[in-house]
Ligand binder design. Structure first.
Ligand code: SF4
Length: 349
């Protein structure tokens, strides 16, 4: 008989680890799917294989990364079920993930889905009515088994078919963690991330920055939001120049390198080639909506900010030489450091 395979939605948190292990214990092959967007887990894409090996070694679970960035960036414009306390669209986020996981069943030869949700653990997204709504809108009803709370929920297909034994599943509910921690100890798992960590959208400060990107006075002025835009928003020093143009400066060499890589075709990249200082990205300064004079004014301002944050120049009142690369051509700008009072209110909160 072909062994039954399940896909487990894997956040990397303890509940998702335990749910996968509980089903593996019943002889079901489990492949864990960890979703990636620029708001969570994106850095894992740098080395998928190293992450897979780390998860296998730490938890005995085979983890596959799945990048859902494009759909997620669209979803944030108007999530049907709204936002949580910050810019976190938890219900629509789960619907998107479960819908994609359902599509993956056929692609990966699996028969049902597993999730580590615990009834009543989160005030909003894990209430019984919300769990039902997520199942309904993602089309996963009866295909989705939540092993940690299964005995409190309706029987699902894998239980009805006898692929898993319902009597060996659990009836956890509420916010307490002691049962999960005891269970982790039984599996020999001691290092696991804190619950609910790692989603930028749920962070009050970073979530607000992302919200600003999606607002009607967006830094991108209606242009389509890309993964690179979101990543730019999360590093370096952030400024909005008079008129609304977005400027980002690196704070160290790593950020300078990342900024240079993330710059798009309409973005200007500024740096002092012969003097220590930040790399800066001036977003959309190559846009055709700007006149030549407006563009030059913005570039001069950005160059003055770059000189201000560079190493102090050896002679007072001397200009720094800033190279700007835009649309493949390089120009040399000369700028005095901008006074702190001038840009005191340009910081992006
Ligand atoms: S906290 Fe973030 S990752 Fe988690 S469900 Fe909410 S939006 Fe999705």
């Amino acid at each position: 008989m072909t062994p039954i395979k399940a896909l487990a939605l894997f956040s990397g948190g303890l509940d998702s680890i335990l749910a996968a292990r509980l089903i593996m214990e019943q002889g079901v092959e489990v492949e864990a799917i960890q979703f990636v967007t620029p708001f969570f887990n994106y850095q894992l894409l740098d080395d998928r294989e190293a992450h897979r090996e780390r998860m296998l070694h730490s938890y005995g679970i085979n983890v596959v990364l799945e990048d859902i960035s494009p759909g997620y960036l669209r979803l944030l414009h108007n999530p049907q079920h709204g936002f949580g306390k910050n810019f976190n669209p938890c219900i629509d986020c789960k619907i998107l993930m479960f819908s994609r996981a359902k599509e993956m069943l056929g692609e990966r030869g699996a028969s049902f889905l597993v999730s580590g949700e615990v009834l009543g653990q989160r005030p909003m997204s894990q209430r019984r009515d919300t769990l039902n709504l997520i199942e309904r809108d993602s089309g996963t009803r009866s295909l989705l088994l939540r092993p940690l709370s299964a005995q409190l929920l309706k029987e699902t297909l894998p239980e009805a078919r006898g692929w898993v034994d319902r009597s060996k599943l659990l009836g956890f509910s509420g916010r307490g963690r002691s049962a999960q921690i005891a269970m982790a100890a039984r599996y020999g798992i001691s290092d696991f991330p804190a619950p609910a960590g790692g989603c930028i959208l749920a962070d009050p400060i970073l979530g607000r920055r992302i919200e600003h990107l999606y607002s009607s006075d967006s830094l991108l002025r209606g242009a389509e939001i890309t993964v690179a835009d979101v990543r730019l928003l999360l590093i370096g020093r952030q400024f909005v120049l008079p008129g609304g143009t977005w400027l980002i400066l690196g704070r160290d060499q790593r950020e300078n390198d990342v900024l240079a890589r993330l710059a798009g075709p309409e973005d200007g990249v500024l740096l002092m080639e012969d003097w220590p200082g930040p790399t800066a990205v001036l977003k959309k300064v190559g846009s055709t909506t700007l006149s030549g004079g407006e563009r030059q004014e913005l570039l001069n301002l950005a160059a003055a900010v770059v000189v201000r944050f560079g190493r102090k120049l050896p002679v007072d009142n001397s200009c720094g030489r800033v190279t700007c690369t835009l649309a493949g051509s390089r120009t040399l700008l000369s700028a005095l450091p901008l006074s702190d009072e001038t840009f005191a209110h340009w910081g992006l909160l």
